[in-house]
Write a protein that binds this ligand. Sequence first.
Ligand code: FAD
Ligand code: NAI
Length: 468
Amino acid sequence: MADQFDVVIIGAGPGGYNAAIRAGQLGLKTAIIEKRESKKLGGTCLNVGCIPSKALLHASQLYEIADKDFESLGIKTGGLSLNLKQMLKQKDDAVEGLTKGVEFLMKKNKVEVFLGAGEILSANRVLVSGADGDKELETKNIVIATGSEVTPLPGVDIDEKQIVSSTGALGFDKVPAHLVVIGGGVIGLELGSVWRRLGAKVTVVEFLDRILPTMDGEVSKQFQRILKKQGVDFMLSSKVTGAKKTKDGVSLSVEPAAGGEPKSIACDAVLVAIGRRPHAEGLGLETVGVKADKRGFIETDHFKTSVPGIWAIGDCITGPMLAHKAEDDGTACIELIAGKAGHVNYDTVPNVVYTYPEVASVGKTEEQLKEAGVEYKTGKFPFMANSRAKTNHETDGFVKVLADAKTDRVLGVHIVGVEAGELIAEAVSVMEFGGASEDIARTCHAHPTRSEAVRQAAMGVEGWTMQA
Ligand code: FAD
Ligand code: NAI
């Protein structure tokens, strides 16, 4: 007889494993299926996404600080050199530790783990095809948490050696002399930053006329200037139409996005980072009648798919493709399955780019407010005028607070600056509680901290900024 469950979750990324933990906590008999070759849990985020990229961003940033800033800070060390093998190893160690942590959490919450590919046979049956053979699971509910994969670019074939996706760019065995990044989005700028800091010449080719196109326009403009100052080259409004491997590397054919004379760029490596698409291959969606949209995202209404008893969460449904969004989807979905009031506030999902400095945002951009015809007020504060930023010689960037002109409710906060990813949490909390810019402005912030810049920007909404 097939094993019987309350919930079977397909995919053990942040969406899936959080759902599994919550299901375990609520006393549901739960199984999770993962097909990753390495047999590791944690999905894209822990294995080839958030975690390894942040481990490299941290280490490469320290390398750059040691190289460029130590002397002016009065720190003298011996000669600086890069041990890339060790830098990659500490990244792998971070992944290993965290994926083991997920295994532990599955045990702790009595979640049964099945290694193999999951295929939905009906609303109540899932087949797991693993190395040890096939197994059928019977269940009251199925949660699809199969995540996303890299969007391919026609004419540029990824081999994960010279022409890589983010996965290959997490493990170059030597620093490429010239890395071309196709796509000026989050992956391109984060991983481009890593290899530039370690010595590569980096050229970003972006189809649109700005980098980070979904971010606030002023943010992306200023951030591009900062990256340019750091040595990143940009080719905006440009598209790559083909890639040829040569004796010395790769020859890319690039032309204006609107069409025109192509030119070729010679480089050692290419990172394709033009977005990610939902992953649902081999899941049997069509057989059971689960509907997906034109781009392949599974259609859902409060995580319910078109088939009763089958639910979907995370990167494979619409919304920001972010680990914390997938986690919150997972928790809410299970709470709904358990008859509770699970919900996610998609208006307050923060977005962080972990470059130097960081970029962080929550809520609406100025462009979105203008388009929607919302009347808003703006408060802005530069880190140049923040005392902690000055003591630390980290003065690039600013905080911008957007608030409703009539009610003062905070509608969006956008930050370019060191530790912007930590600073944004305050704005998220205020927005979650429906707070006003005056709530931030009248909240005492410790001195000297960067968080004072958030307060000063909020004060700026009513025109009483004090420190600039
Ligand atoms: P995934 O993490 O993709 O997990 C899905 C899992 O399902 C995978 O392990 C897959 O093997 C498995 N699976 C698929 N099909 C089947 C099947 N049929 N049977 C069994 N298993 C299956 N987000 C952030 O918030 N912060 C970051 O800093 C960040 N950095 C990133 C850096 C990079 C380089 C990349 C690529 C992504 C990054 N992301 C980041 C995005 C983040 O990784 C994703 O949003 C997140 O992993 C989505 O979680 P998920 O659970 O929906 O899917
Ligand atoms: P992205 O959507 O962030 O950026 C892709 C960029 O490529 C866009 O600027 C787009 O205009 C451009 N582009 C598209 N087609 C192109 C073409 N043919 N030629 C040149 N440029 C082209 O996608 P990215 O960077 O691949 O990341 C995928 C997703 O992974 C992100 O959207 C995000 O959800 C997640 N992620 C999150 C991170 C974080 O939270 N810090 C880090 C890395 C990834």
